[in-house]
Design a protein around this ligand. Structure first.
Ligand code: ATP
Length: 236
């Protein structure tokens, strides 16, 4: 579905990505793990069209994404849930969910999507008329994921959904993502700092450090964690 081929990204003189290649097949959950500053967010940004690589190629179902602005990439069915849970705090939960759909003319389908998404997020349904700023961190994470789904994406990229959340809440967020994969026929590309958690549910894992991919394998082959740790820290 998605092919990232040898992309390079610089921020001024800083080489953030030094030849990153990865692929995601339809229906997979692929996780990119790596320490702070490894280049994980930059990789998702490059796919979503917010960051422009100066070399390399990104294709979605064979179509090049090179040079496309974020709105055009989104129209092709790619949705990015950025790090940091950016909700519109003074708008209600319902308004936050609908914000990405103003361009859609199929109002009946929008209403149906809204209902379908709330089935997965009962806590959001209970708080529909409350300002999003009053939600807990976990609820805000659910809201940004729900909002991303309102555009009917096929590929959802989630940047560090667990950041700053208590472990129990992180479990809930991931339970929902895993259920959604089947219910909404999604493909997921997820950035995480912790490899332990993603080993439980990812199909495949990439370990990134210093702007490069150091390891790629099926999660089933990485369960003892040794190879991941070596790639993550750069030593055995
Ligand atoms: P984190 O987990 O901390 O978000 P990351 O693996 O997602 O890390 P990136 O955010 O992609 O890593 O950052 C890669 C490198 O690029 C880092 O050295 C970072 O400081 C730098 N960087 C990221 N965004 C910018 C920017 N807009 N301008 C300048 N440098 C940036």
């Amino acid at each position: 579905m998605l092919e990232v081929d040898n992309i390079h990204v610089n921020y001024g003189r800083l080489q953030a990505l030094r030849g990153v290649s990865l692929s995601v097949r339809e229906g997979e959950i692929v996780c990119v793990v790596g320490p702070n500053g490894a280049g994980k967010s930059t990789t998702l940004g490059a796919i979503a069209g917010g960051v422009t690589p100066h070399a390399g190629r990104i294709t979605l179902r064979g179509q090049s994404l090179g040079g496309l602005p974020p709105e055009a990439v989104a129209r092709l069915g790619v949705s990015l849930v950025p790090e940091g849970r950016h909700v519109f705090g003074s708008l209600t939960v319902a308004e936050n969910l609908r914000i990405g759909t103003f361009q859609r003319r199929d109002r009946a389908a929008v209403a149906a999507d809204f209902e379908r998404i709330l089935e997965h997020f009962p806590r959001l349904r209970e708080r529909l008329q409350q300002p999003a700023g009053r939600l807990s961190g976990g609820e805000q994470q659910m809201l940004v994921i729900g909002r991303a789904l309102m555009t009917r994406p096929r590929l959802v990229m989630v940047d560090e959904p667990s950041l700053g959340l208590a472990p129990k809440i992180v479990d809930q967020v991931y339970d929902i993502l895993i259920k959604l994969r089947h219910a909404a026929n999604l493909t997921l590309l997820i950035n995480e700092q912790s490899s332990e958690r993603v080993l439980k549910f990812a199909d495949r894992i990439y370990v990134m450090r210093g702007g490069r991919i150091h390891l790629e394998d099926r999660a089933a082959n990485l369960q003892d964690g040794k190879a991941i740790m070596q790639a993550y820290f750069g030593f055995a």
